[in-house]
Design a binder for this molecule. Structure first.
Ligand SMILES: NC(=O)c1ccc[n+]([C@@H]2O[C@H](COP(=O)([O-])OP(=O)(O)OC[C@H]3O[C@@H](n4cnc5c(N)ncnc54)[C@H](OP(=O)(O)O)[C@@H]3O)[C@@H](O)[C@H]2O)c1
Length: 299
């Protein structure tokens, strides 16, 4: 049932995309890997001093930014974790099942820590999971299709609200949420869009996400809400297009790119207090993340 649902959802998200694939050459959308600013400064200092002692290495490690990722075992979440680690962040992976997590993510990376975190269990438990050492939270959770019709509401609305509350209690100042295009489909005149109908019939998923977004936007926390089009596991094709809220209603994007957008947002002030919708298009120009985020207005 789950597989059928995912396939069906993907088709609904991308009703007219094949046409583009045949017409244009595919270009990959990547940016050159860039370490967090504070770290590149540190490593430059160490090089010029020319003495990289074990003690100095330890200090750099201690000062690495630690990011909490909720939904770290998910198809997008695990990519976010991998990309954060590759860029030199420390990661606290919030997962429901530790054993499962260790089969999905590397168990032996000293920069990766696993903590149990079911977002539906209330904000106090999440305060413990996030701890006082996480500087930002990235939320990549999404309900798992099953028999519980309340799951979307519990995970995609209440769960995200719990995470935001935990951040408020802890003083975590940065929150990045993976949401979805069409969350505000009704206001966009997309009430008859099959994807909007389908996802809302399935436990009001989009409405749940929209309510959670609104909660974050009122929380005072510096947020970036990333609303991807239909997700695919395959590597990126085409270039990344970033648009303001409530503008995209179809299309597809690789989860690799979604993860990259979330990780890049962490280091870019241009992404602060913004809602961005993203999709890949073969005919789009290649742009930097500064430019993409910079072109979206804060509301
Ligand atoms: N599918 C699409 O085309 C599409 C399009 C646009 C946006 N989105 C959204 O993008 C996000 C990522 O999607 P995805 O397909 O990559 O995700 P996914 O593979 O379905 O992963 C969902 C993650 O959420 C976790 N989760 C579920 N319930 C939880 C709970 N109660 N507490 C903590 N974690 C919980 C899962 O943990 P377990 O591994 O333990 O189950 C898993 O890590 C979702 O919000 C999704 O709605 C999807």
């Amino acid at each position: 049932m789950a597989t059928a649902l995912i396939i069906k959802t993907r088709l609904l998200y991308a009703p007219r995309l094949h046409h583009h694939h045949h017409c244009y050459p595919l270009l990959f959308s990547t940016t050159s890997p860039k370490p967090p600013k504070s770290q590149s400064l540190k490593s430059k200092k160490m090089e010029s001093g020319n003495e990289i002692t074990e003690e100095a290495k330890k200090n750099v490690n201690q000062k690495k930014k630690k990011i909490f990722v909720a939904g770290a075992t998910g198809s997008t979440g695990k990519r976010i974790v991998e990309q954060l680690l590759a860029k030199g962040f420390e990661v606290k992976a919030g997962v429901r099942d530790l054993d499962k997590a260790k089969t999905i993510l590397s168990e032996h990376n000293p920069s990766l820590q696993f903590v149990t975190a079911d977002v539906t269990k209330g904000s106090d438990k999440l305060v413990q999971a996030i701890g006082d050492d996480s500087e930002a939270v990235i939320c990549a959770t999404g309900f798992r299709p099953g028999w519980n019709l309340f799951a979307p509401w519990k995970v995609d609305n209440l769960g995200t609200v719990n995470l935001v509350e935990a951040c408020r209690k802890l003083g975590v100042k940065r929150f990045i949420l993976i949401s979805s295009i069409l969350v505000n489909g009704a206001a966009m005149g997309q009430i008859l869009n099959p994807a909007y109908i389908f996802l809302n019939v399935f436990g009001l998923t989009l409405v749940a996400k929209l309510q959670a977004e609104n909660y974050i936007r009122k929380s005072g926390i510096n947020y970036t809400i990333v609303r991807p089009a239909g997700l695919k596991n395959e590597p990126p094709s085409g270039n990344l297009v970033m648009e303001p809220e409530d503008t995209l209603y179809e299309g597809i994007i690789s989860r690799d790119v979604v993860a990259e957008v979330a990780v890049e947002a962490l280091g870019l002030p241009e992404s602060s207090y913004k809602v961005v919708e993203i999709v890949s298009r073969a005919d789009a120009p290649k742009r930097t993340y500064e430019d993409l985020f910079g072109s979206i207005k804060q509301k």
